[in-house]
Design a protein around this ligand. Sequence first.
Ligand SMILES: Cc1cc2nc3c(=O)[nH]c(=O)nc-3n(C[C@H](O)[C@H](O)[C@H](O)COP(=O)(O)OP(=O)(O)OC[C@H]3O[C@@H](n4cnc5c(N)ncnc54)[C@H](O)[C@@H]3O)c2cc1C
Length: 410
Amino acid sequence: MKNVDVVIVGGGIVGLTTALAIRAQTSLTVAIIESQPLNTISAQPHIRVSAINAASQQLLTNLGVWPEITDSRLQAYQKMHVWDKAGFGHIDFTQQDLPSNANSKQDLGWIVENDVLRNALWQHAENDNGIVFIEQKLSSLSIGGAEVFLTIDGQMPVSAKLVIAADGANSWVRGQLDMPLSFRDYDHHALVATVQCAQGHQNTAWQVFLETGPLAFLPLYNQDQCSIVWSLPPEAAQRLKQLDNEQFNKEIIAASDGKLGQIQLVSERATFPLTMRLANDFVKQRVVLIGDAAHTIHPLAGQGVNLGLVDAAALAQTLAQSVQSELDLADPQALGHFSRWRKADASDMILAMESIKQGFALQQKLPKFIRGMGMSLVNNIPAVKQLLIKQAMGLNDNLPELAQAKDNLL
Ligand SMILES: Cc1cc2nc3c(=O)[nH]c(=O)nc-3n(C[C@H](O)[C@H](O)[C@H](O)COP(=O)(O)OP(=O)(O)OC[C@H]3O[C@@H](n4cnc5c(N)ncnc54)[C@H](O)[C@@H]3O)c2cc1C
């Protein structure tokens, strides 16, 4: 039997970051169980990308991971342009909208391919001799009084004091432990692809709200390419996926009001069903849920992985405090606090996504001039814009716990 302090099930972006964050603050030994090998980085940008906010960038910098990707396949953006297709309203966020204490040269966010980020995290974890990788699917888990026992096909069994489930939206661990979950279908599928834009992306993240849902253009490191996330009802997404390229190009140019000029599809298209999920409790005995295993949200504000990375920092901080106070790693009070904190943050984010989605759906029913007025009003009130931008960048320090986690890692 192999003994470690902590087992992390799932070596995705969140699981790997958690392993590095724990090791940055403690000498706990960590095993990562991951069934999917790393993808090789393709010459062309991969279609799955993430918008990384300032808080996540800071965390990844402090873990030493960020500098390894900055020069290669990363695109910063200094502007966000959001508009309503059916009205005349729009909101622009620029560096001038940042809080006065922020660095006026601060980028608003970064677009990075998921595979690029995951590879960089994996390489860092591999270089840490306190982290072991078990590249296999977890097949059983049983919780004892002081330990959790895990069996893995074809491998030596493992025991740990704590198991962290970072095994994604359909978490096997969560299901195995019957941890209750609230969920709701967003009635949207996200179509993702890479497109070439004649006018370039201008270091801007673009998003248009259409009657059927939002269409985002996320700037890629190739100055004339964007990754698109087009959220629409499932049948509409399937129709777009099956259109021939020429017809698809026509529809996306029309949908974007030609703001990025002529647009051409340059990749395959893939669709993902979108569901809101929120675990009732993020902790059960010696098991903690984080990342998509604990919560999934609509990608319209690009916050899913950012939320998961705060889970990673918060859990690492919780465990470091338990070690310092010589507490059991599964101390119910410490983990209970973690669970309430992170669930409150995830619930707020779910509500915010709901308000934006419903707000735009409702707007469609209003007369055109009133729709335009709403957005223009927001665009002209600096305090409201500052609040929105701080939220998007993960710089909202209202929670004292987050401020403390930032002191340690973020
Ligand atoms: C279309 C779309 C666009 C998005 N855009 C953004 C964005 O711009 N910004 C943002 O912040 N978020 C975005 N998100 C959300 C983001 O992609 C997810 O929140 C994030 O990838 C979740 O990471 P994770 O590590 O928690 O889970 P995952 O990436 O799902 O990783 C889970 C890992 O666990 C492994 N695993 C599962 N079961 C087992 C098992 N039994 N044994 C061993 N290993 C196992 C899997 O192989 C996988 O590697 C988007 C989501 C979608 C659908």
